[in-house]
Design a binder for this molecule. Structure first.
Ligand SMILES: Cc1ncc(COP(=O)(O)O)c(C=O)c1O
Length: 482
């Protein structure tokens, strides 16, 4: 016959320890009685056999037996022949001890956050991701296999895998940026770079373009920063006089996406890059440049950056996540040498260090020259999708609809007539399987644009055409235009 498992009685529960004194029979009786009273030993629980109790508590057989005899005598347990010692139903005489729960912590209101990918089965018209079909998963797997054949180092460097830092610095140098390996900090995507910079600032005020990349805005707000809006109209360009007035609020930092701005696709002109540098110098405002897109141009071309013109004092962020593989989550921050120790210390607080395995895979990918080949192939495909998207827009969109022409990057901005309320358009499209993101939360203050991000890097040309046909019909129908 199989026996039921028996519960354990611990010296700690008996309020004695090995180093102090040994449990007496009275200790055991009191402890079992307490646990029965508290409901921790319900009726039918099997107590340890005498020999097991001897071992568990380091007591003699006599003490264990004496304790059980006393428990039987008190009517709390019974001994069943060849089965063991069991708690009796009638034993639970003492009032149960209520469980004391601590209160839940008080959290801030939940930040608005979207799922990482639009719902399955919908056509994601606003996502910033690149079509996974265009990403080099096979070659990455090859690099991962090669890395795994090596012995992984047992320890990490909070600043990031040194060979990857060197490879990144070499790439940046090849693009005319004076960046050394020890000025690079590897982060979990560029999002973590933004986080460690935001948490390092003494003055809690950051200037951002309005509209701006939504998760940067939320991140800065939830880390206690006051945001100063820098009005950006992708159809008109930057009004430097308005930025001059805004920067007079003396934010600690201006967070700027100078190439293929998210969400509008706008790229600063050379005159604007210089104008912004001058304004920031005039008002004593540091710059954090988010360069997620400057290398997304055909033929190995790239756009100039604030970091290139403004030198080492411009904090510079970039990432492999979109262009290589989102799940790798590898991004980086380049900072002038005197800022590196604080930024690394902040990163250490947040993650101690990141996974070297992933960083080593990205490093292998760069060192084998795969990244440049990949970017060139990717860009050819993105160019084709971009051209097809513009052609479809030209052909289909009703009067009053405008769009930006970024010439690179993964998205453009579609500006729709104000006669079509966004709150009506969004559910109308959702019912037809098309998911667009509401950009109103990306503005500082009242939105001055009325539209959404249109992603041509994620959808195939035919998916894009189908989606735009539906969007154009919706705009005609809801806006009463022809
Ligand atoms: C402009 C911009 N910067 C930074 C990020 C963060 O990306 P990641 O952390 O994947 O590098 C994103 C993500 O979409 C983005 O659009």
């Amino acid at each position: 016959m199989s026996r039921s498992p028996y519960v354990a009685l611990h010296p700690v529960g008996l309020h004695v320890t090995q180093t102090a004194r040994r449990a007496t029979a009275a200790d055991i009786v009191a402890s079992v009685q307490r646990e029965i009273g508290a409901g921790a030993l319900p009726a039918g629980s099997r107590l340890p056999p005498v020999r097991a109790l001897e071992k568990q508590l380091g007591i003699s057989k006599n003490t264990a037996q004496a304790a059980y005899d006393e428990l039987v005598a008190r009517g709390l347990v019974e001994t069943r022949e060849r089965e063991g010692v069991f708690v009796l139903a009638a034993a639970r005489t003492a009032a149960p001890i209520p469980i004391v729960s601590p209160p839940l912590p008080v959290f801030i209101a939940p930040p608005i956050s979207r799922p990482d990918l639009p719902p399955r089965g919908t056509i994601a018209l606003s996502t910033v991701f690149i079509d996974p079909e265009l990403l080099p998963t096979e070659r990455l797997a090859e690099c991962a296999r090669s890395v795994l054949r090596e012995k992984m180092p047992s320890h990490y460097d909070a600043q990031g895998y040194p060979p990857l830092r060197a490879a990144i610095a070499a790439r940046l140098q090849a693009r005319g940026l004076d960046v050394q390996a020890d000025e690079v900090i590897i982060t979990t995507g560029s999002q973590q770079s933004l986080d460690i910079v935001a948490r390092s600032l003494v003055t809690k005020r950051i200037a951002v373009e309005s509209p701006v990349y939504g998760y940067a805005k939320l991140l800065f707000e939830t880390s206690g920063h006051e945001l100063v809006g820098l009005h950006l109209d992708p159809f008109e360009g930057i009004d430097l006089a308005a930025w001059d007035r805004a920067l007079a609020a003396k934010p600690a930092l201006a967070y700027l996406i100078s190439s293929f701005h998210n969400p509008t696709g706008y790229s600063y002109t050379s005159a604007e890059l210089r104008g912004v540098l001058e304004l920031c110098a005039k008002h004593g405002v540091a710059i954090l440049e988010d360069d997620w897109g400057s290398d997304m141009l055909s033929d190995g071309e790239y756009r100039p950056m604030l970091r290139m013109l403004g030198g080492k004092d411009v904090l510079y962020v970039n990432s492999f996540t979109k262009k290589l593989l989102p799940s790798l989550r590898v991004g980086f921050l380049a900072a002038s040498p005197e800022l590196v120790p604080t930024l690394v210390a902040m990163k250490r607080l947040s993650t101690l260090g990141n996974a070297w395995l992933t960083e080593a895979v990205v490093c292998e990918f760069l060192e084998r020259g795969y990244y440049d080949t990949h970017l060139a192939q990717l860009q050819r495909e993105l160019d084709a999708r971009y051209a097809a998207c513009l052609a479809a827009l030209d052909e289909m969109m009703p009067d009053g609809v405008r769009w930006t022409r970024p010439g690179g990057g993964p998205t453009l901005w579609l500006e729709i007539p104000r006669s079509v309320p966004y709150e009506v358009l969004e559910p109308y499209l959702a019912k037809r399987g098309i998911h667009v993101s509401n950009a109103s939360a990306a503005f500082i203050g009242e939105p001055h644009l009325h539209g959404f991000r249109l992603a041509y890097a994620y959808l195939s040309q035919s998916e894009m055409r189908n989606a735009l046909t539906i969007v154009a019909d919706a705009l005609r129908l809801l806006g009463g235009s022809r």
